[in-house]
Design a protein around this ligand. Structure first.
Ligand SMILES: NC(=O)c1ccc[n+]([C@@H]2O[C@H](COP(=O)([O-])OP(=O)(O)OC[C@H]3O[C@@H](n4cnc5c(N)ncnc54)[C@H](O)[C@@H]3O)[C@@H](O)[C@H]2O)c1
Length: 265
């Protein structure tokens, strides 16, 4: 599909694994220039190599911890310096461990808040600094359907993702006058097809975090579309929202890509 993303300068955070990896590959097939910001440079480099094979104009890796503002700024600067601009930022990094709130402690809450919310603030702030003067840009943040209807064992994570939804709407309102569009995609359960698609820092890296086939069947049965999500499903929605050709008049929206798990009017 030609989404007019050829040659665009795109940053994808957490682009090494699973959903971020599929997002990188979707931009690669459109011929974009991609910088992957990830803490796991090994896995990110594997994704970058694949992106080049699929037609990316360029694909490079910048080691980045999005919870650190200086590193978020350096990531955006690297893309803007290399490609003369930043057209698209995808805030994809996220992390959680499934536990009831009463089983968790403040150190865990802080980690979840830093990765899922502060990381988005850091990268978005840095991106706006280069997008506003050019009067153009698109930001897509990956939230979760856990943000839309309380999800047991995802209390703090769901709260952070709800904060991301609200934050992005405000940023959309504040920056629409500069031609900058900001949208959110909420995945439901979205599983990698194989262990090659995830690195050691992925939420899916430890065997215990993977669903058993029986559990997956149960999840799928509860969804209107009767199937769990694949990373490509999320990547397609991100590419659509990032493109001025397909979504040039869409901003401040929260789109669930979850097989119908949540349906918000
Ligand atoms: N997979 C799902 O079922 C699902 C469901 C709902 C929402 N989401 C959201 O989708 C996004 C991607 O999920 P995923 O399943 O692909 O995750 P993942 O754990 O497989 O991949 C996350 C990537 O982010 C990187 N990363 C982690 N912390 C980082 C940091 N501080 N700085 C930079 N990079 C960091 C990891 O190295 C990894 O490459 C997340 O925001 C997640 O919350 C996922």
């Amino acid at each position: 599909m030609d989404l007019d993303l050829k040659g665009k300068s795109v940053v994808v955070t957490g682009g090494g694994s699973n959903i971020g990896r599929a997002i990188v590959l979707a931009f690669a097939s459109e011929g974009a220039n991609i910088v992957i910001g990830d803490i796991d440079t090994n896995q990110a480099q594997k994704t970058a190599d694949l992106a080049l094979q699929l037609g990316a104009a360029s694909a490079t890796v910048q080691q980045t911890d999005v919870t650190q503002y200086d590193q978020a700024k350096a990531l955006i600067k690297a893309a803007a310096d290399k490609h003369g601009a930043l057209d698209v930022l995808v805030n994809n990094v996220g992390w959680d461990r499934l536990m009831f709130f009463t089983q968790t402690e403040p150190s865990f809450w802080q980690k979840v808040i830093q990765i899922n919310y502060v990381g988005v603030l850091n990268c978005t702030h840095a991106a706006l600094e280069v997008m506003v003067p050019r009067n153009s840009g698109a930001i897509v943040s990956i939230s979760s359907d856990a943000s839309r209807q309380g999800e047991p064992r995802e209390a703090v994570y769901g709260g952070c993702k709800a904060a991301v939804n609200s934050f992005m709407k405000t940023i959309a309102k504040e920056n629409g006058r500069y031609g900058i569009r900001c949208n959110v995609v909420c995945p439901g359960v979205t599983i990698p097809s194989s262990s090659d698609e995830v690195g050691g820092t992925s939420m899916w890296s430890d065997a215990g975090s993977m669903f058993t086939p029986e559990q997956l069947e149960k999840v799928a049965k509860a969804l209107p579309l009767r199937k769990v999500g694949r990373p490509q499903d999320i990547a397609n929605a991100v590419a659509f929202l990032a493109s001025n050709k397909s979504a040039g008049h869409v901003t401040g929206q929260v789109l669930s890509v979850s097989g119908g798990y949540s349906m918000i009017g």
